[in-house]
Ligand binder design. Structure first.
Ligand code: E4P
Length: 219
């Protein structure tokens, strides 16, 4: 499963990228607003840092506007993926832009029929929002399982990008459900690293190492 970072914060992206495990980045208008920076400039920095797919979202509501925005975003860098919301006008824009070779991530997916439509329109990725479904008492991960089954039944090449991930268990469940990608907030990604037994074990190894005579340490 590929790991994307769900942020527009270039410091978080640089830090996670330095760990050698980052496959891509997703942004959205809320994450961009948090940074207080020029949108295109922020995207240029992110695309220069990470070679994998970088999702950038359109804000228009009519297909024509989404298509124009999408073309503009795609010009920023080769690794830009245009993010389009799951609405009727969005489907038209997905069809038009994907026919031009621009990769699309369909966002705000909350049901399997929505995912099916986005895949049929030509999206490269569909983003089920797992955490937001959990928030309203649904089982968000069940949607990922259903989508996996449907896409596999028909050989859709569209990738399932588990989004709105809130904690490490979501990441594990997404991997078990066969999501192609999980996009993860920095704090959650960092928490995947940690285990108290690792810390205790390391401390013990280092303490025991002190018992090895200095002259015997180098071999
Ligand atoms: C997906 O690409 C979105 O940016 C994101 O995962 C939304 O998550 P949230 O529900 O935490 O805002």
């Amino acid at each position: 499963m590929k790991l994307f970072l769900d942020t527009a914060d270039i410091r978080e992206i640089r830090e996670a990228n330095s760990w050698g495990i980052l496959d891509g980045v997703t942004t959205n208008p809320s994450l961009v607003a948090r940074e207080g920076r020029d949108f295109h400039e922020a995207l240029r920095d992110i695309c220069a840092e990470v070679q994998g797919p970088i999702s950038a979202e359109v804000v228009g509501l009519e297909a024509e506007g989404m298509i124009a925005e999408g073309r503009g975003l795609a010009k920023i860098a080769d690794n830009i993926v245009v993010k389009i919301p799951m609405v009727k006008e969005g489907l038209k824009a997905i069809r038009a832009l994907s026919a031009e070779g621009i990769r699309i991530n369909t966002t705000l997916i909350f049901s399997s029929p929505q995912a099916l439509l986005a895949a049929k329109a030509g999206a490269a990725y569909v983003s089920p929002f797992v955490g937001r479904l959990d928030d309203i008492g649904h089982d968000g991960m069940q949607l990922v399982r259903e989508m996996r089954e449907i896409f596999d039944n028909y050989g859709f090449r569209c990738e399932i990008l588990a989004a709105s991930i809130r904690h490490p268990v979501h990441v594990v469940e997404a991997a078990r459900a066969g999501a192609d990608v999980a996009t993860i907030p920095f704090k959650v990604l960092e928490s995947l690293l940690n285990h108290p037994l690792t810390d205790i074990g390391l401390q013990k190894f280092l303490k025991d190492w002190e018992k090895v005579p200095r002259a015997a340490r180098k071999g």
